[in-house]
Design a protein around this ligand. Structure first.
Ligand code: PLP
Length: 458
């Protein structure tokens, strides 16, 4: 196949894009973020075309969702075939093959968890919300533990667990009571302030639970669950040190608390394993999946140990969750993703090597981290190591205008979460454009993204 490159013929947003954006801005909710003025006409593999004929390399996959690439033919065919047969009958109340097949398939991953059962949802948030209910129902306990910097979705239950951006919680209260937030183990920015994670076990923020919370505030016998992202997603693509999740597992075992892995972002091959849990060799009691699971069709899943999914008939359900078209897309997606795992690991290593090489020449890149194709580069003021948020906002905009789709996360991290089908060529193109941007952008002394962008010719 011919090697593709970005092609920006009309400075975005072009006239067709502008017309759509104008209509959108007039009628859609002002709560939408709209990172930059990309108006998509179609996609293919790792490439996205806009309505003015421009072609972009996609390194964000619609927030890590287009796992098999845009419109993978096998997934599209599965969707067509399923839609031809029937669109809906309600999996909560009746049976169909793709629903049962998908539950069986998802229950077959992570055999170390033992026998499992699966509840299908429409989104990641809904999986989180359901898991909150399941954890309370199963344990008959009310408290839950979550992490600073964590993100779990947008319902009242999920935003009660969030602590990555205050705008997600502001004025929506009162939120769910009984949520304890403790620091996430961040090797680059230790909670104790030590230079990257030198204080060893004392750095482990999970110790705060046992030494402070369980002694002074909450009896652990009242704690239902610990909700944790095995790799922090929205909070900055942070890979915790090996012992962190193991420590959480030990705490849970000691106190009868359920360990819930929110793998909505890190799951479905993103890290080169079906789930990130496999890298850490720690098994949760409940695992949550969504995003890449159906290549963009709305689907999520609560995958729980059989001994934990004990809620009775009628206690939880969903009209659309596990819709037949989405289940068909998911089964086709899993077939494709299972065949990509090794190349995800290999391409991820090439990507991290390339980013580290750039880091050696551009000290504005403070840290490069990740697993598989869940890779983050944290940008900092080289003099102070403070997060360079405005710089990252400008970088995102400039890259877009050069035909590269990026998405930030945390305070100043660019996440590289491309479709899992990318290879060395796409990584080379990404690194080339990134370097052009780094050369052109003024160093992060400027206060606002507008000021930083103003310093370069777009
Ligand atoms: N959990 C994590 C870790 C996520 O990254 C997200 C979305 O970004 C969610 C939950 C919410 O998923 P959704 O947007 O599908 O509701």
């Amino acid at each position: 196949m011919n090697k593709l490159y970005p092609e920006v013929k009309v400075a975005p947003p072009g006239p067709n894009a502008q017309a759509i954006i104008a209509m959108d801005q007039r009628h859609s909710s002002p709560s939408y973020i709209k990172e930059y003025p990309l108006v998509v006409e179609r996609g293919e593999g790792a490439w996205v075309h806009d309505v003015d004929g421009n072609r972009y390399l996609d390194f964000m996959a619609g927030i890590g969702v287009a796992s098999t690439g845009h419109s993978h033919p096998a997934v599209v065919k599965a969707i067509h075939d399923a839609a031809d047969r029937f669109l809906h009958i309600c999996g909560t109340d009746f049976y169909y093959d793709s629903f049962s097949q998908l539950c069986a398939r998802l229950a077959s991953y992570l055999p170390e968890m033992g026998p499992k059962r699966v509840f299908l949802t429409n989104s990641g948030t809904e999986a989180v919300e359901g898991a909150l209910k399941l954890a309370r129902h199963h344990t008959r306990r009310q408290y839950v533990v979550a992490f600073k910097g964590g993100f779990h979705g947008r319902t009242i239950g999920a935003i009660s667990l969030n602590s990555s951006k205050v705008a997600q919680r502001a004025f929506f209260g009162p939120l769910l009571p009984g949520v304890i937030h403790i620091p996430y183990a961040n090797p680059y920015r230790c909670a104790n302030g030590c230079e990257p994670y030198t204080c060893g076990d004392a750095c482990n923020p999970a110790l705060a639970l046992e030494r402070e919370w369980f002694v002074n505030h909450v009896d652990p016998r009242e704690v239902a669950a610990i909700f944790v992202e095995p790799i922090l997603g929205e909070g900055g693509y942070v890979v915790p040190p090996a012992g962190f999740l193991q420590h959480l597992r030990r705490i849970c075992d000691a106190h009868g608390i359920l360990l819930v892995f929110d793998e909505v972002q890190s799951g479905i091959g993103r890290t080169g394993r079906m789930f990130a849990a496999e890298h850490f060799k720690v098994m949760p009691d409940i695992l949550l999946s969504a995003k890449g699971i159906a290549s963009g069709m709305p689907l999520g899943a609560i995958i729980a140990r059989e001994s934990v999914m004990t809620w009775p008939r009628g206690s939880h359900g969903s009209t659309y969750g596990g819709n037949p078209v989405c289940c068909a897309a998911a089964l086709a997606t899993l077939d494709v993703v299972e065949g990509l795992l090794d190349s995800v690991l290999a391409t991820g290593e090439v990507l991290q090597r390339g980013l580290r090489e750039l880091q050696s020449r551009y000290p504005v890149i403070g840290d490069v981290r990740g697993v598989g194709l869940m890779v983050g580069a944290e940008f900092v003021d080289p003099r102070t190591r403070e997060p360079a948020g405005a710089y990252v906002a400008a970088l995102e905009q400039l890259a877009f205008r050069k035909g590269l789709l990026l998405l930030s996360c945390g305070k100043s991290t660019i996440r590289f979460a491309p479709p899992l089908v990318v290879g060395r060529h796409e990584v080379d193109v990404l690194l080339g454009i990134l370097e052009q941007c780094l050369r052109e952008l003024p160093l992060p002394s400027t206060a606002s993204p507008q000021a930083a962008v103003a310093g370069v010719k777009l």
